[in-house]
Each structure stands twice: as C-alpha cells, then as structure tokens.
Design a protein around this ligand. Sequence first.
Ligand code: ADP
Ligand code: MG
Length: 569
Amino acid sequence: MRTVMGYLLPYRVRVACGVALKFLAAVLELELPLLLAYIIDVCVPSGDRGAIARAGLAMMALAFGGAFCNITGNRMAAWVSMEVTRRLRRDLYQKTESLSCAQLDGFSVSSLVSRLTNDTYHVHQMFDKVQRGGIRAPMLVLGGLILTFWISPPLALVQLAVCALTFFTIFAVTRRGIPRYTAAQTAVDDVVRILRENAAGVRVVKAMACQDRERERFAAANEAARRAEEDAGCVMAAANPLTGFFLNTGLVLVILVGAFRVNDGVMDAGQIVGFLSYFALIQNATLGIAKVFVMVSKGAASAHRIEAVLTAPEDQRPQEGGPAAPWELGMENASFSYLGVEKDLDGASFTLRKGETLGILGPTGSGKTTLVSLLLRLYDADGGIVWVGGRDVKSRERRELGGRFGVVFQHEALLNDSVYENISFLRGLSREAVIAAAKTAQAWEFIQTLPRGLDTQVDIRGANLSGGQRQRLLIARALAAKPGILVLDSADSALDYRTAAELRRALRRDFPGVTLVIISERVASLQDADRILVLEEGRITHQGPHETLLRDCPRYRDIARLQMGGARL
Ligand code: ADP
Ligand code: MG
C-alpha cells in the first residue's frame, strides 16, 4: 500500500481541503434535525410566526451550505482520485515496458493487462470513496449518535443497535458478494475470449466444419457466466431489501418507544421528529461506512498487485561484462533455461564477424529463437558470454542494443494502421525510406496493387493480406531503420522459393555491410551463410559452412537432399 498511497502525497493540500469541506457539510447537516425539533416544540406552540420564519430560513441556509460543501468536496475528491489514477497508470505502463522478458513471463501478459485496467480502477474507486465518505460518514454516525443521546438516551440505544446490525449485515453481504462479481467478470471474459478466438479463426472453423464443437464450447462458457452472475446476484440481492427492512423496523421502534415516552411526559413530539431525521441520516451514513470498508479491502488488494509490478527490481542493469572480443556476434559456452528446469540452450559457442551471415537450422523447439533472444538480451544467459558488437551484452543497455538490430520474429503482429505506419513503426521514417525498405523486402510490388497503396489500412492480424505479404511487411519494418544486424526468424516460411531467393539477392545488394542472422528450415536460404549452426534440443551439434555440413552432419545432408532433390549435392 505504501507506494500507491505515496501518489496522494502531492495532492495532500487538496485532499485535506476536500475532506474538511465534507466535514463541514456533515456538521451543517447535523444541525438540521435540532432546528426542526426546535420549530415544532418551541416556535409552533408559542405561535411566533417571526421565529418560525427565522428558524426555517436558518434551516434552508444550512441545507444550502451543506449541499455546496458536499458538491465542492466531491469534485475535489473526484479530481484528485482521477489524477492519481492517471499517474499510477502512466507509471505502471512505463514500468511494464521496462520489465525484462523473464519478468514479463513471471507476471504473465494478461495479468499485467488486468493490473493496468481493473486494478487501477479499483484503486481509483478506493481513493474516491475514502475521500468522499471516509471522514464524512463516521463523522455523521458519531455526531448523530452523540446528539441523539443528548435528546433521549433510550431512543439512542435503539438507534445504536439497529445501526450496528445494519453495518455488519451490509459489510458481510458485500464482502461475500464482491468476489462473486469478480468471478462473474472472469467468466464473462472467458465468453469474450472464446468469441474472439472463434471470430479470428472463423475461416478455419468453417473450413473444418467445427461449428458444432465451437457452439458447445461457447455454450459451456456462457452457462458458466450465467451461473457466476446468478451466484453473485443471489448474494447481493439481500443487501438493499435488508437495509430497507432495518430502516423501517428502526423507525417503527423509535416511534413506538417515543410514543410511550411522550405519553409519560418525558419527551416532546418535535424531538421524535428530530430523532427520526437523525435515524435516516445515521442509517445512510452507516451504509456509507460499510461501502468504504469494502472499497478499501478491494482497493488494497489491487494496490498490492500494482505495487508488485511497480517495485519489481530492474534486473537487466548494464554491468561489468566479460572481456571484449573482435566478434560482431558471438557466444562462448552460453546456457539458458526459461524455467530453471531443463536447459533450453546448452553450451552454445560460435563467432561471427561484421558483415558475415549466420544461418540457424533445427527442428521446432530446438532453441533457435532462444539463441537469438540472448543476442538481443531479451533474456540474460545463465552462464557463458554473449557478445554483440565486440562487447559482452551484459554491459549494454537493452535499448541501445535494440537500436543495432532489425528483427523479424516468428509470430509477430501487425498494427491496426496503414501500411506506411506498419513499416515506419512509430519511428517517423520518411516515405522514401519506407518505400526503399519495402522494395528490398520484395513488398513494394504488392503494396502498389493495394487499393490505397502505402495508406491502405492493415487488419490487426493482417487478415486482409496473405501470409507472405504479411511477412514481407514485417521484413520491410525490420529493414526500414537500416540496422547493422538483421535477424530473420523463420521470416521466409510463407514466401515462395522464387520470392525468397529474390529477397536474399536484394538484401545482399542493398545492405552490403549488414550482419545477417537467418533462421530457416530451408537449406536454400542458409547455404550461402558463412556459418550455419545446426541445433538440436538446445545444443549446437554441428557448425560450419554449407559444404562442411554436407560432409560432416548427416542430419543436414538429409534435409538438403530432401529439399533440393539432390540437385546440387
Ligand atoms: P525454436 O525457435 O527452435 O522453435 P525456441 O527457442 O522457441 O525453439 O524454444 C526452445 C525451448 O524453450 C522450447 O522447449 C520451448 O518450449 C521453450 N520456451 C520457449 N519460450 C519459452 C518461454 N517464454 N517460457 C518457457 N519456455 C519457453
Ligand atoms: Mg522459434
């Protein structure tokens, strides 16, 4: 809670003013029933119209004053809590961006999304409710009780009992209800997720005639959502009727006890009217306190989840690295494990000079992407050294490292924006640069045939493009900033052989000095590389140029023979 509460600090004057206004409003409102009793018991029997008018005007003034203070106080509270939430969300977002990939894996992306949306909302509600009711409601209850005790202790005891009963009932009901609402929300999220999956995969679903199964899956999620909502609704259904019941029972009791006391001559009728006003006031305030309690318990849980992210240590600070080396890219006995169970990369060693090409071949899950991730310092190697640009990557800023690379990853998404923006990628590149990159990436030809050329809108999953077109846009994006090192992770998987060959030629022509890392399952894409790594279960089993591997690596030879029909062997 401490970090999140700290966000209130800059606004402490405003918070204090707002709370003071709410306090003042409560004081003013507490006067009203007293004046009412005074009018009925003193002014009316005496028949002094002037006194009645004066007391009436005073009541009006108090009511206006109370309303004004309440409105202003509420506005200030709303402003502060919105401003605090905005800053909290901004910091949380920035922090999320600076998390390392290992930390992202730890939190999970969907949890981070809900922390940024749901949890900040709960914290907002907490700040808002506490400022509005945190002082005012207890103040009304306390002040009201003191005044009612002053009017009539026996009636005040009735009041106190009903008040306590209300508080505990509402507190218990809402506390049980809110987790159920959260569960219901999650169930609805599931429904939405299935809907989206289905919409995204609608062609596959139709093509493979899985509609029935999809319908069942949806029906199950829908039913779960209904049950969760019903559960929550059933619990919460008691809340409002119960408060009404307590209020009415209390009123009846007050009138009953009061009537006896008026009969006995120890109390005036006006005092009972005044008392009834206090009763409603205190009852409402009690409900307010119960709600504040619930909001605080929810808000505190959310604040903890937010703080876990905000206070996550920066785990990739540049540090003293290993010795410098003449390699543009390289590893020495580098090992890495995502979960700490088995090694996903095991003792990798290779070197590559500036301007050379590295090819990586291996079955899925063999660690190809992992190897590249270590070069980009998305993850830090558990052991060994990783070099980029002659220096240990541990001594480099991730941001600075990122500036050297142009990368196409396997499952990369496009932006829901124009073709131009997808290639420029928020870097504000000139249209000439974008066109040049598109030409090298073999994308310019098809971009020209699109309805609005570079300004055509791209669907977020690229549904209005073919797989190969999408891939070429991503390659153009990687090329557009003229990187020193280009990494293509299976970027040719959807390209036909001819286009892939033209892409390789264009790359060599337009980016003569670039250091290239190509992950591919096609020997044709790799055979000109200066060094090819063959990966298997996280280990580099063989490495060398095409000819060497053909001779020494049976696996490579088999793949090459399969793919090239023995033509060049
Ligand atoms: P490739 O790119 O060769 O297909 P990867 O490098 O992506 O293989 O994966 C290597 C191994 O690491 C696989 O067993 C995979 O399951 C595992 N792995 C990849 N990414 C993660 C991750 N973020 N968390 C846990 N395990 C992972
Ligand atoms: Mg991969």
